[in-house]
Design a protein around this ligand. Structure first.
Ligand code: BGC
Length: 413
């Protein structure tokens, strides 16, 4: 059955994809030409991902997500504006005009009641409605992501983030999704949901036994290890293995009450790094894409970030053969998992901190784009216009040209 389906897809190829997209009302606008350095390139990657366990539409979406960007550090701050960025209409239009997909990180958890019901703050939800609708009007995909639900793991909270009783933290996630999904049930299928950004932590054994939860920081080092890349604080309650698999299944079930076929993204534990895929057990559902993140090589991408102690040294260049190999290994782990499970992938975050040498940041951006696209994986750069690794300089009102070119973003007239 699975083989037959794969064969069918291969035989019908591009025609099916376009027909399905048009059938559901998604016309590929010229602005979304699969932005490329090569004129006339098709709006889709040449390589195809494994899709034998998902619906045809889900498979087409995975490929059409293409080149994307994160609107990070705005609605995922404790309050919009806290981290210096507000999503003004001009910014939204620029992002949706130039990228096929906009990932929208939202800190829903800080805009809902602190109890198990997690009743959404209506004023905030209306603000998110307006942002989503403006982005969707651009014609591309929008990934609505549950970002920075810090209270779920009990790690250090950000300023302006309220406390939540650990006993109700998981129920809140499920109830948040029940409300969000009901709210957006009538939006076009170009709106996708992502259940949780970067579950922090992993289970100590590969089968996902929750009894021995351990955590690694984002570099892959154990918390507290004598590593230059070690961050200061481990989460109190790591979210990985069975704990994450069960919670993701509950949140997905809440979404499915009102959105039986909307494409949903779920990522592995261990910060969505492909390392976590070995523990990921997806619920049976034919409308899933798996989200992975890669900041490999980490000592390059996170050099100088002030929130890691000790700070990683500046001046490290990218990308030599060994650094490319680190990235390839992560992506190859992911594609091997995808081929076995039949669920396609999306690279939802990668980026290199602004303190790294610009020439190397551009080389890194190009390297990740090439490696992802060679595997048929759509991607989203972290981020559009804030301070980690902006491709648009909001202060100057201009593109960060080396990054724009490296990401293959074509300026439409
Ligand atoms: C986090 C950001 C961070 C970025 C790079 C994202 O997932 O939300 O706060 O700047 O990763 O580390």
């Amino acid at each position: 059955m699975r083989g037959a389906y794969a064969g069918e897809l291969a035989a019908v190829g591009v025609a099916v994809g376009v027909a399905v997209l048009v059938a559901v009302g998604f016309a590929l606008s010229p602005a979304f030409a699969w932005a490329s350095d090569e004129p006339g390139a098709l709006p889709r990657p040449a390589a195809r991902q494994a899709c034998q366990s998902v619906s045809r539409w889900t498979c087409e979406v995975a490929h059409a997500l293409g080149r994307g960007v994160n609107l990070g550090n705005a609605l995922d701050a404790p309050r919009e504006g806290d981290w210096g960025l507000r999503l003004e209409p001009e910014l939204l239009d620029r992002a949706s005009r130039h990228f096929q997909t906009v990932r929208l990180p939202v800190r829903w958890s800080n805009h809902a009641s602190a109890d198990a019901q997690a009743r959404l703050d209506e004023g905030f939800a209306r603000r998110v409605d307006a942002v989503i609708d403006r982005l969707l009007a651009g014609g591309g995909f929008v990934i609505l992501d549950m970002h920075h639900y810090k209270q779920l793991t009990g790690g250090p909270r950000h300023p302006n983030e309220f406390a939540v009783d650990p006993a109700v933290a998981e129920a809140r996630l499920v109830n948040l999704w029940r409300q969000i999904a009901a709210r957006y049930r009538d939006r076009p299928p170009r709106l996708l949901f992502e259940l949780l950004n970067e579950p922090e932590g992993e289970a100590r054994d590969a089968l996902g036994d929750v009894s021995g939860l351990a955590s690694r920081d984002r570099s892959g080092a154990a918390f507290g290890a004598a590593s230059a890349a070690t961050s200061t604080a481990a989460p109190a309650r790591a979210l990985g293995g069975v704990r994450w698999n069960r919670l993701a299944a509950r949140a997905l079930a809440a979404v499915r009450e009102t959105n039986p076929e909307r494409v949903v993204l779920i990522g592995p534990d261990d910060w969505n790094h492909p390392r976590g895929l070995i523990r990921l057990r997806l619920p049976p559902d034919r409308h899933l894409i798996v989200a992975i993140h890669s900041y490999d090589p980490f000592d390059f991408t996170h050099q100088g970030v002030p929130w890691r102690q000790p700070v990683l040294p500046l001046g490290r260049p990218c990308c030599d053969a060994a650094q490319r190999q680190t990235l390839r290994e992560a992506l190859d782990t992911a594609t091997a998992w995808s081929r076995t499970t039949g669920v396609p992938l999306h690279l939802g975050e990668f980026g290199a901190y602004r303190e790294a040498p610009m020439e190397s940041r551009a080389a890194y951006a190009r390297m990740v784009r090439e490696e992802a696209e060679a595997r048929g994986i759509g991607w989203a750069w972290w981020e559009f216009a804030s301070d980690f690794s902006p491709v648009w300089d909001a202060g100057k009102g201009q593109w960060v040209e080396p990054l724009r070119r490296a990401l293959g973003i074509v300026l439409s007239p």
